[in-house]
Design a protein around this ligand. Structure first.
Ligand code: IDP
Ligand code: MG
Length: 139
């Protein structure tokens, strides 16, 4: 099934000049980029994006980290794109991520873990719409 998913190259990876390498891993995994832009999130935008985690103890730190520098957001498409990109990212904690994954290669900590990917079809839809209008997505 062809799916869409949402990706963020997080501030640690953008600052470390790892954006290009991460996008290349995404393309090499057979996913295609349907939309992409670099933005700097406001606190309110980051809080809205991570609202599901607002009760977690790490929420404030996470939001502060996500607004610490620019991020590269993208809409990806491909066969089983959601699970495929989650597999390519690896475990949330880079120390536990499998070899060859983005987080193993580039993650710095459980917080500064290089990338975000949607976890389900419903969240992918909401997350894509949070950052992109339909006019910005290549048909
Ligand atoms: P995911 O990004 O692998 O889906 P989530 O549990 O949805 O992981 O957490 C969202 C983000 O919050 C993570 O990617 C990471 O940046 C941060 N995070 C998750 N757990 C922790 C933690 O225990 N301490 C600090 N930050 C965390
Ligand atoms: Mg998540």
């Amino acid at each position: 099934m062809i799916e869409s998913t949402f990706s963020i190259v997080k501030p640690d990876a953008v600052a470390a000049k790892q954006t290009g390498a991460i996008i290349q891993m995404i393309l090499d995994a057979g996913l295609s980029v349907k939309a992409m832009k670099m933005i700097r999130l406001t606190r309110a935008q980051a809080e809205g994006f991570y609202a599901v985690h607002s009760a977690r103890p790490f929420f404030n730190d996470l939001v502060t980290y996500m607004i610490s520098g620019p991020v590269v957001v993208s809409c990806l498409e491909g066969e089983n794109a959601i699970a495929k990109y989650r597999d390519l990212m690896g475990a949330t904690d880079p120390a536990k991520a499998a070899p060859g994954t983005i987080r193993k290669n580039f993650g710095k900590s459980i917080e500064a873990n290089a990338c975000h990917g949607s976890d389900a079809a419903e969240t992918a839809k909401v997350e894509i719409a949070y950052f992109f209008s339909s006019l910005e997505i290549v048909g």
